[in-house]
Design a protein. Structure first.
Length: 143
């Protein structure tokens, strides 16, 4: 029974403003308290060059000098290698070793040579069974 005849019933309303305020506060709290972990970073130990002068005219017995040019051309003991496949480089390394048991491989790579060309030499040395590999460096004079 409706005793108030001229008045209409108000429909119940849901006020969304306080709910949105509460959700924003919760969102801000979660953003502030979340710790962001950094993705896996590589820890790289870079090689360092010493300032010790080395006499380049002295030939080391049981060593193989490999040069990699900026264009990716290889020379082994100052003899150019025609093919740059891993198998042909392995064979050239074995021929340059001249039956040495474990030769010392010295890689001279141009600064603009690709990483792949250096890795190819290292892979060829691994396939040949040689594990003593070093790189030559050049120190900058800061005078």
């Amino acid at each position: 029974m409706n005793f108030q005849r001229g008045k209409q019933n108000d429909e119940p309303e849901i006020n969304l403003v306080p709910m949105i305020d509460v959700l924003l506060v919760i969102l801000i709290f979660l953003v502030v308290t979340t710790t962001y972990s950094k993705f896996a970073e590589l820890e790289i130990s870079l090689p360092q060059a010493s300032t010790e002068e080395v006499d380049k005219n002295i030939e080391k017995p049981n060593s193989i000098d490999i040069t990699v040019s900026a264009m990716g051309d290889y020379t082994i003991n100052r003899e150019p290698i025609k093919s740059s496949s891993i198998e042909s480089l392995r064979d050239a390394l074995q021929a340059a070793a001249k039956n040495a048991s474990d030769p010392f491989i010295i890689i001279n790579a141009d600064a603009k040579a690709t990483h792949q060309s250096v890795i190819t030499i290292m892979e060829a040395a691994r396939l040949a069974g040689y594990n003593k590999i070093t790189f030559t460096t050049e120190t900058k004079n800061t005078q």
